[in-house]
Design a protein around this ligand. Sequence first.
Ligand code: PHE
Length: 488
Amino acid sequence: MALRDRWPSRTAFIYAAIGSAVGLGNIWRFPFLAEKFGGGAFLIPFLIALFVAGIPLLILEFAIGQKIQKGAVDSLASIKKKLSGLGWWALFTAFIVISYYVVIMSWSLIYLFASFGVQWSEDPESYFFNNVLQISESVDSIGTIVPAVFIGLLISWILIYFCVWKGVRSVSKVVMWTVPLPIILLFVLLIRAFTLDGAMIGIVEYITPDFSALFDTEVWIAAVSQVFFSLSIAFGVMIAYSSYNKKGSDISKNAFTVGIADTVIAIIAGFVVFGTLGFMAEQQGVAFDEVVASGPGLAFIAFPQALSLMPFGTIFSILFFITLFTLAIDSAFSLVEAVNIVISDKIKMKKQYIALIVCTLGFLAGIIYTTNGGLFILDVVDHFVTNISLIVIGILECIAVGWIFGAKKMRSYINKVSDFKIGAWWDTTIKYIIPISLAVILALQLKREFVENYGGYPDWAILIGWGVVLVPLAIAFSIPQRTVKSTT
Ligand code: PHE
C-alpha cells in the first residue's frame, strides 16, 4: 500500500487547520450575527457553544482522522459499516457549501478590482445589488448568468485548483503564506479602525452586552451553527486534515489552539468592522443602527462605504478585499481536499486528476449562484445546510464516537498521544451534553421552519432548501457500504 501523505511539520497542520477554520465565517458572518443579536451578548452564547460543543467536537474529529488514517467516509465506516453513510452525507454537504462559498470569493475579487477608484462610493448599496450582483426582484426570476461574477468564480476555482492539486504537499506550502498574510492585514485594519474618529461608537455597541438576548432561543441556535461553521466541523474537513498526521501526534493541544485562534480572530474582526462602522456613523451624523446592514450587506455594502470615506480609501479597500479573499481561500480548499481524500481512499487515480474533477464539478455547481437570482438561492441553501444538516451530522458524530466506538476508548487514545490530558468530562459531553442540546436546538429550528417559510421565500424555494438537506442524506445512506479495516 502506498504510504499516506504527511504534513511536513506540526506547524503546517496547525496552519492548515486554522486556515480552514478562519474564513468568511469570521469576518463576514460573525460580526453581523453579533450585531443582530445584541452586541456583546452574542459573545456569551458563542463562547459557551465553543467550549461545550465546538472544541470537544474538534477533538473528536481530530481523533477520528488521526487514529484511523482515512477521510470521513472510511474513518466512520471503520467504526461501523453503516456509518459510511454519515461520512458521505458530511461530504456532500461540504460540496454544497463549497459551491456557494467560492461565489462569495468571486464577489470579493470583483470588489478588489473595483477598489481602484473606489467605484462604489456614489451609492454602495446600489453598486452591490445592481452593478455586481445585477440582482432580480425576487427568487422567482432567476434570469441569466452575470458575466463578472461568473468570471470571478472561474478565476477563484483555478486558484483553488493550484492550491490543492498535489494534495497535502501543495496545501502545506500555500498555507504558510495564505494563513499569516490576512491575519497580519487584519491587524493593520484593526489599528486603522481604532484610530478613526468615532470608532468608539461602534466598539461600545459591540462590547455592550444586551443580556435579554440570552433568553432568545434564536440566539442560541445562531451561536451553535456559527461555532460549527466557523470551526469547519461536521464537514469531514478536520477528519481529512488530521488523517495526514502521524498516529502519535498531539490532539487536544492542537484542537484548543485551532479553536481559540479562530475565536480570537473572529473577535478581532468584530472590532475592525464595528470600529469602522462607528466612524461612518460619526461622519454621516447618524445613529449606529442606521449604518449597519445585516447579512451579505455588511462586508459588501456598509464596510466598503466606510472605506470610501477614509483617507487613502483605495489602499484600505484593496487591503480589506485581499484579506477577505485570502482568508476564504484556505477554507475553500480545505473543503475541496476533504472531498478529494475520500475519492483517493476509494479509487486509484492521480491526485491532480481527482482535484481537477472535483474543482470542475464545484465550479459547475456554483454557476446557479452567478445568476441574477443567485443571491436568493445562496441564502436559502446556506440557511438549510448550516442550520439543519450540520446540526444532525454533529449529533450523529457524537453517537458514532460516544456510543458506538466508545467515548472512553477514544479518550484513552487521545490522552496517550497528547500532552494536555482531557478528563472524563469529555465523555459526558460527547455522550450526553452535545447530542441532547443539539437535539433541542434542532427541534426548535424545525418548529420555526414549519411555522413560517424562511425569509418569506415561496414554497418552491423552501423545497430546494429541504432538497439540499434530504437528497444528499438519502443518496449517502444508499451508497453500498463495504467493510473498512482500520489500520490500527
Ligand atoms: N470555517 C470556514 C469559515 O468560517 C468555513 C468552512 C466551513 C470551511 C466548513 C471549511 C468547512 O469561513
